[in-house]
Structures are given as structure tokens and as C-alpha cells.
Unconditional design. Structure first.
Length: 137
């Protein structure tokens, strides 16, 4: 019985060493920078004439989002976020990493910028917040 246990330990040691040979060498993680929050949120007048959004209403309902990470604070005190739309909404509202706000937070400081679409999800007029909306891929 003792011999069998030693054989198993030797076999495991050989397997572990073989696995170590196939490991990729360690490399220090790098930070990917998408730009500064101030550059992303520097909106126009909302007229559309200055390159800013003109009444750009985007789905900003937290129920439609996942993988939400707060990356900054808007001058109104609301959060600025990176997020993904849930899988069932990606084709319709956007694939890849998105930048935006949460409608519930916007309602507390600027309720006129929030509307409810017939589908039941809240939308935010990013032009009213002077945010130039973009997705991050």
C-alpha cells in the first residue's frame, strides 16, 4: 500500500512539472487608458452644431446593465460609469464596453433629462448633461 502511495505522489510531481513547463512567463499587467474622464464628458451646447449631441437619448436604466464600474464623477455629482449591456440588449443598444450614467442618479439632480421609453426602460438625454456619449471597444 505504501508503494502505491509513493507511485501516486511521484506521478503527481511529474505531471506538475510538465504543467509548469507549458506555463507562459509572467508579465507585468498593463493599464489600458481610454482617455480622461474630462475629455469623454466634454459635451457641447446640445444643439448639435458644435459636434456635441443634439437630444441624444440613450438607455441608462441600471436594469439593462452589467459589469458596471464607476470611473468618475460628473460636475452634478452623479457617477460616470463603464458597463456592458446585458446580453439580451446588446444587439439593440450596443456591443462592447459602454460609457454612461445611471438614470436613477440623474433623476435626483436633473429629472427633466430622464424619460421612460414605451419599453419601460429609463433613458437619459446626454445632451442636457453636456456629455458626449461614446462606446469603448
Amino acid at each position: 500500500m505504501k508503494s502505491n502511495l509513493n507511485d501516486q505522489q511521484t506521478h503527481l510531481t511529474v505531471e506538475n512539472k510538465a504543467a509548469e513547463v507549458n506555463k507562459a512567463p509572467y508579465s507585468t499587467p498593463t493599464l489600458q487608458i481610454y482617455g480622461s474622464v474630462s475629455a469623454i464628458t466634454r459635451g457641447g451646447t446640445g444643439s448639435g452644431l458644435d459636434g456635441g449631441p443634439a437630444g441624444m437619448s440613450m438607455v441608462s436604466d441600471p436594469r439593462a446593465k452589467e459589469n458596471v464600474v464607476r470611473i468618475g464623477t460628473h460636475s452634478l455629482g452623479i457617477g460616470l460609469y463603464l458597463f456592458d449591456y446585458k446580453p439580451e440588449y446588446r444587439e439593440q443598444w450596443g456591443l462592447g464596453r459602454q460609457f454612461g450614467v445611471m438614470a436613477d442618479e440623474v433623476e435626483t439632480v436633473m429629472p427633466e433629462a430622464v424619460s421612460v421609453h414605451p419599453d419601460g426602460y429609463k433613458r437619459v438625454d446626454y445632451g442636457m448633461l453636456r456629455i458626449r456619449h461614446s462606446s469603448i471597444h
